[in-house]
Structures are given as C-alpha cells and as structure tokens.
Write a protein that binds this ligand. Structure first.
Ligand code: AMP
Length: 843
C-alpha cells in the first residue's frame, strides 16, 4: 500500500506534503549517495577543477614562451609539463566518471545497452507486448505474451506457496515411512487424508516442528507400527518426507503415490527438500478477491481521494504534462553525470536536492525548477507551477452517473472493508492474515522506466492483523538467523551503505520494530531469492522518519538493483491501526477485535453518555450523527471536551459525517470515568502489510537472469535467461535430433509423459539445426532439453552448463519432473546418469 507519509498536522505541510506518493516516488529517486562516495566524488571534482586550471595555466605558459621566442628546450619542457598535466587530468576525469556512474566503471551507457538487449529479447520473444501496439500503443500499458504470462503465473503460484526449509529438521529416529497414499479430499473439515505406510518398529510420531513445517494438521495412528493417517492441508500436493538417519540405518523417503518410484530419491540425499507449502496456506491466510471498481466512499475513507497525488507541471504552450520531481531529478542527475565542470559545492547542492526530492513541497519544487531554469524537455517552453494530480482513474458506477467510483490503486482496501467478516471466519481470533492478488490502476503522469512504472499492474498484498500489544510471531525463529543486506535509517542518515545484518539481531536491537515485521522481511527475502533475484542486488531499506506515515510504526522496502538503479519492489510496513480506524470512522461499523479475559477485570473506563433529549432539541434530524461522533471520541478528545465544557460551558465540535462543526453545550453530554468490570478488551488491530509489485519483481528477475554467451562459431552473441525451473515459462523442450519418423514418435511419447507429469514443455519437430533450436529455447529460459537421438535412450541437456546426460526413454519425464519440482538438483542428476558429449550441441 502506498504510504500516506505525512499526515502530520503542520501548516507547512498542508498541500503537497500531505500527499501519499512518497514511497513510490522515493523508489525511483536516486538514493542519497553514501557519504564516502560523495566525499570521493567531491574531492575528485576539486582535483579535476584544479587539474583543469593547471592545464589552462600551463597552456598559457606555453603560448607565452612561444610568443617570447623562448629557447626550444624551454618550450619543449613546458609542452612536456602540459602533456603530463593533460594525462593527469584525463586520469582524474576517468576516475570521476567511474565514481559518478556508480563505481562500476560500466557507466550508464553500458547499463542502457544491457537494458536494451534484455528488452529486445523480451519483446521479440513476446514476454511482453506494448498494449494496443497496432494503434501505436499507450504509454504505461503493457500486455504479457505467452512466456510472460507463464512467468507471471509461476511467480504468483509460488507467492501462494513460498516456503523453504531453513536448516534441517531434527526428526530423527521417529520411525520410517515407506509410502504415502493420498486418499483424496474429505469434505468434512476440508482436509486431505494421506495414508502413511510405515515399516517403523513403533508408531510414527511426528514431532511438532515437523507438523508445522508440513502443514500437517493432525496425525491419527491407525495401526501402530504399521499405518498411520496424516491429515494434511489440501494444497500440500508435493509432500516429500525424508527421514535423516533412522532405526534401520537407511534413509527411507516417503512420497505421494502419484510420484511412485521417482528413482534414486531415497538413499543418498542428505537434504530435506520440501519446498512447496503454500504461502497463503502457511499462515492460514484468508485469500479474497475483490472488485477493481471501488466506490468513492471507500477511497475517501482511506485518504486516496484527497491525497493520492503526484505533483505535475504543464508545458505552458502545448499543455503536455510532466512529473515535477522527475524533471528536477533529471536535471540534477544530468548535471552530476555529464557536467564535469560544475564546482564541488554545486555538485553537493544537486546531490542534496536529489536526497530531499521527496520532501519538497509544491512551492519548493516550483522554486527549484525556476532557479535552475528548467523548461519543458520536448519544446523548451516555460513550465507552469507544480500542482497536485490525483492518480486514480475515475469512473461512475451504474448508468445514472450518480455513484462515483475509481479503479482501485491498490488491493488492500478490499481486505480492510471485509475485516469484520474475515475475523469472524477466523473464529474471532488474532493474529490472522488475509491476502489478495489483483490488478491495481494508477494514472501515472508520465510513465517512464518501461515495465517498472506502468498504469495497470498486478499487486499481491498481505494484511496481517495483530494485537498491537503483542507483535510476536510464532514462526519468527525460522527466519531469525537469515543474514542479508539491510539499510537501516541510521546508516542512511550518516551516509553509510547497506550492510549485511542478521535479521534476528536487527529485531533484538530494535532496528526492525517488531518480530512480525521481521518475520515478513525474512519471508520476502526468501521469496525473492528463491525466485532467482541475486541476493547481492537485493537490499531492505528502512524508510526515513519523514518518509514514513506518522501512524506507521516502521516500514522497509525490498529494493532490487536493476539497470534503472535500486527499485522498490516490495513494501513491508507496520501500519498500526490506521486503516481499520479510518474505515470504522467512515462506515460506522466497528472494525475491532476482542480479547476475552479468563477472569473479569476491574478497569477505569471513560463513559461518554450523550444526552439524546437535549441533542435532539438542538440538532433535530442531525441528532444521530452528533451522538455517533460524540461516542466515537477517543479518550484524549473526550477528556479535552470535558475540561472545555467545565471551564467554558460549551465547545466547538467537528462532526465529520455532517461535514461541519457544531456547538456542544454542557447539558448535552456527560463525560466521566467509572470503575467497571470487564470481560474482554476491545481494540483495533494493527496491520502489518507486505505489498508485492509483481511486475517490478518480474522485470528485475528478467534483468538478473539475462546473460549472453558466444555461439560455437564465435560469430554472434546468444541470449540466455537463466530462470530457475520454478520460474521458467516452459520447463523442457523435446527435439528429435534429425527429422525421422521413429524419433518423432519417441518425442511425442515423451511429450505425453511430460503432460501427464504436469510439466510444461514444447516439442519442436522442425528440421532446424539442433544448435539453433537450443539457442531459441535458451532465449526463452527453458532449463532442460530432451533430444531424441535413438529409440531407446535420449539426452537431457541443462541450459546453463550445456551438460548432457543420457537416460532411458521411459525415464526422461520422471527425471525432468524430479529436477523441475526441485526434488533433485542438476548436480544430483549429473552424478547419477551417464554423461553425453555432443559435437552438434552448439551448432
Ligand atoms: P505502494 O502502494 O506505492 O507502496 O506500492 C506497492 C508496490 O506496488 C510497490 O512496492 C511497487 O512494487 C508496486 N508499484 C507501485 N507503483 C507502480 C507502478 N506505477 N507500476 C508498477 N508497479 C508499481
């Protein structure tokens, strides 16, 4: 969810700074460079300026010597000194350029070239298509083509499923299980019953951690020592249990019946590989699916109608619109990156502007635009003053046009408005989480950065509702030992860079506000890295104090580095009780939870008792609104009113539902504190919200997965996407080596087995050379290729190593299934099957 960052009631903030777009805009604002880099850049700029003056002075000296007809040795010595200075200036210039371009030395030019290569491949292979291309397209709208759809659907499936073992489970010597049989869904209780066939000498007892890990919701021992019944949540389809060490000294494995005899799985494997327990299921998340069209009242309550804005400027002559902060950002970046002649002081000023860009008010932004003489990029015409533009697409619901609505800018509100029912569905228990995947719409002013900033995109959001007094998480220990790049507020403020921090340490030191927030940060890390995001190019950046909404307890963005810089891809925020309170206030429906006490507790309670008779006389038809508003006051407001009534006899009181202030007199309400016995504590839950921009994650994944390698002849560069099998749009291709009916028959048989095993694949029986066919599928990121070169056995080639093994025809699908499902690694396969070397592989 967009963070409404500065609801602070401060007159200087009214207007632009009361708006909500900070997190989005910040995601693309170049992050303030670490102080060290800035210092290096600063001293290099000074050095460069000094060398430049020295070159100029020496040039003048040479000219003066020549004019004065000095001796040749004198002139030669001066020229040599000049040349030496030019060399030194060039060296400083190179170093400065390298620092400016991020120290990578590759500079923006090669970053752009890399991006172009990725985009060309993606577009050519229909991962994406500019929407309405035949009508010249619309900025910020893109279609996913077949491989793009497959990648997106794999990412979303994994989002629902993400779960990974951290370390090995410790269930040793609990007996052995030889087979599990799925007995199908039992409607009562909505559970799958899996039958365990055991050869244990004593009953199978699964320890607690095992139950948690596997979503095993129950274990019924039918025949001790022989068979037990395991109750597993229905989605848990790829259960593989491996016992590590056991009473008989072997390592037996249990696997569902539909995967009978995967061959070689038992015995040698020393790691437990159970990857696919559902994310949604894992937290017992309640998934919902709400409409994209949202009535205005909902988005009014959430604050979007008033504050979901960006600042815009217009070309005064043509009316073309631009995002004001983008123009200022481009100007500063351009100066910093391309103009080596600016002084160190000016460079520091531009860097400062970039760092505070998100905090500039409309007036400040306008003043800077004027000061720097920034004009419309396309026409050089003058620009208007910045003004807020609401990013929601407006519509009306129904033919009358009387019910205004908007296309939702996020999915979260659908969950909040359903809180009451979801809480009930969850047995009136906290904590619980709800999740929603769906389209979000934002009418971006001038979408740039291709697939990263679009006008319609898929969001996957989780709202985890928790008691504000207890933000612990039962599974926190599973992620506490993870270590990854974190960028806490303090480090950012002091100009340091992100560093590897142990998550548990960050939580215990209070850098991360609470365990549940920490838990989700850890889970997001696992999710992204398992997808194939390079962990070195992933960091968790904490929002700065002024970047965060005043009501938020803590916010972190998962930022991924791409050719566009660091991009916010997932926001993880503790939004406290803001959202539920906002909808409670607007709808009048209390969105609250209750903690039942085992013994009644005596508490001092504030009692607000509106005197309805007096209020009725004073406000007539509006009496109900006033009563509700009085009753909705929080303790502080009520006590302030009590004090004012006692001292002045009356007080001005704002009734939001009437949209005006009314005058409340002393006889209209009684406010007192009374001792009461309470059986429960009623409170508004806090919300911890991980919000995943699926399109951004996918784009970064494309960049992190892309590489080129020379063709065998060395005459061209071939493109490859190194997608992990989990993400790959197609898992496997099947090629007959040459056009031959027998081979084609075998290829079709293998294709059938792959279909039965649920492996997406492509069969290519064209006569194209095998090398070309490999190259085509490498470009789609297909991880495995089965080549039929005989009727009894085939080869399986792995995309990145290009290694090939030989397997029997009837084993091919099983082997590919094991490796694409993550039950085996390619290394496991490589050590278990004969290798095949082929000359033709790289034609
Ligand atoms: P926000 O509600 O602004 O924090 O956005 C939530 C997530 O949506 C961000 O972390 C981004 O990944 C994604 N996102 C926001 N705006 C866009 C956009 N215009 N295009 C694509 N993804 C976006």
């Amino acid at each position: 969810m967009r963070i409404f960052s500065t609801f602070k009631i401060s007159s200087s903030l009214v207007g632009h700074n009361l708006f909500s777009r900070l997190s989005l805009r910040r995601s693309h604002a170049p992050f303030p460079k670490p102080l060290m880099a800035a210092t290096t850049e600063e001293s290099l700029r000074r050095d460069f300026a000094a060398k430049q003056s020295a070159v100029e002075a020496q040039g003048n000296a040479v000219r003066a010597l020549k004019a004065a007809r000095a001796t040749k040795p004198e002139i030669d010595a001066a020229i040599e000194a000049l040349n030496q200075l030019k060399i030194e200036k060039a060296a400083v210039e190179t170093e400065l350029l390298s620092v400016i371009s991020g120290g990578s030395g590759d500079g923006s030019v090669s970053r752009e070239a890399f991006r172009q290569a990725v985009l060309n491949t993606l577009e050519r292979r229909l991962f994406y298509i500019p929407s309405f291309k035949i009508y010249r397209g619309v900025a910020g709208l893109y279609d996913f083509g077949p491989p793009g759809c497959a990648v997106k659907s794999n990412v979303l499936a994994f989002w629902r499923q993400v779960r990974e073992f951290i370390g090995l489970p410790k269930f040793i010597n609990y007996g052995t299980v030889t087979r599990i049989q799925n007995f199908g869904i039992v409607t009562k209780g909505m559970q799958n019953i899996w039958q365990l066939y055991c050869n244990a000498e004593y009953p199978v007892v699964l320890p607690d951690e095992c139950k948690t890990s596997y979503n095993i919701v129950g274990l019924r021992i039918k025949h001790p020592g022989k068979t037990s019944t395991l109750l597993i949540s229905p989605q848990c389809k790829t259960l593989v249990i491996q016992y590590l060490g056991n009473v008989t000294g072997t390592s037996p494995v249990a696997y569902p019946d539909y995967m009978q005899d995967p061959g070689g799985i038992s015995g040698t494997q020393s790691k437990l590989k159970l990857r696919k327990c559902h994310f949604v299921l894992e937290e017992n998340m309640l998934e919902v699916d709400c409409p994209c069209v949202t009535p205005e009242v909902v988005l009014k309550a959430s604050g979007h109608v008033d504050k979901f804005t960006d600042l815009m400027v217009k070309d005064e002559k043509t009316g073309t619109c631009y995002r004001a902060d983008h123009l200022l950002k481009d100007f500063c970046n351009e100066k910093l990156q391309k103009d080596l002649t600016i002084s160190a002081e000016k460079a520091a000023e531009f860097r400062h502007v970039l760092a505070v860009l998100d905090d500039l008010s409309a007036e400040e932004l306008g003043a800077k635009i004027k000061e720097y003489g920034i004009t419309a990029p396309d026409t050089k015409n003058p620009l208007s003053d910045p003004y807020p533009f609401n990013l929601m697409f407006q519509t009306s619901i129904g033919p009358s046009g009387l019910l205004p609505g908007y296309m939702r800018p996020e999915t979260a509100q659908g969950i909040f408005v359903n809180f009451k029912d979801l809480y009930y569905y969850n047995g009136n228990k906290l904590p619980f989480a709800a999740a929603q995947i769906g389209q979000a719409f934002r009418n971006e002013i001038s979408p740039r950065q291709g697939l990263l900033r679009v006008r319609e995109f898929t969001l996957a959001e989780i709202e985890h509702f928790v008691d504000p007094e207890d933000k612990s998480h039962p599974k926190y220990s599973e992620v506490a030992n993870l270590e990854f790049l974190m960028f806490p507020r303090e480090e950012q403020m002091s100009g340091q860079s992100a560093k590897i921090i142990c998550l548990g340490e960050a939580v215990s030191k209070g850098i991360v506000n609470n365990e549940t927030l920490g838990y989700f940060i850890g889970r997001v890390y696992l999710f992204l890295t398992r997808l194939g995001i390079n962990r070195k190019r992933l960091r968790f950046r904490q929002h700065l104090a002024n970047e965060m909404a005043h009501y938020a307890a803590d916010c972190w963005d998962a930022e991924i580095e791409s050719s566009y810089g660091w991009i916010e891809c997932v926001g993880i925020a503790d939004r406290s009780a803001y959202d539920l309170r906002a909808h409670t206030d607007k709808s009048g429906v209390p969105l609250v939870a209750a903690e039942k006490f085992s013994e009644p507790r005596e508490v001092e309670k504030l009692v607000i008792a509106p005197v309805k008779k007096e209020l009725g006389l004073a406000f007539k038809g509006n009496q109900k609104n006033v009563v509700e508003a009085l009753e909705a006051m929080n303790e502080q407001e009520a006590l302030e009113m009590k004090a004012a009534l006692e001292s002045k006899g009356e007080v001005e009181f704002q009734v939001c539902t009437l949209g005006k202030n009314v005058c409340i007199k002393k006889n209209m309400v009684s406010i007192s504190k009374e001792k009461k016995k309470e059986h429960q504590r009623v409170f508004t839950p806090s919300v911890i919200e991980p919000s995943f921009g699926i399109g951004r994650i996918i784009y970064c994944l494309y960049e992190h997965s892309f590489y080129t390698r020379p063709s065998k002849a060395g005459d061209e560069q071939l493109n490859v996407f190194r997608f992990p099998p989990l993400v790959a749009p197609i898992k496997c291709t099947v090629f007959p080596l040459v056009q031959n009916q027998q081979y084609e028959e075998v290829a079709k048989e293998i294709s059938k087995s792959l279909t039965v095993a649920g492996i997406s694949h492509k069969i290519d029986i064209t006569g194209t050379s095998i090398g070309k066919r490999y190259a085509r599928t490498d470009e789609l990121g297909v991880p495995f290729a089965i080549t039929v070169d005989s009727t009894s056995s085939v080869t399986i080639r792995e995309r990145d190593s290009k290694d090939q093994i030989r397997v029997n025809v009837d084993e091919a699908a099983t082997v590919v299934k094991a490796v694409t499902d993550g039950l085996k690694s390619w290394e496991d396969i490589w050590t278990s099957y004969p290798h095949h070397s082929s000359e033709s592989a790289d034609d």
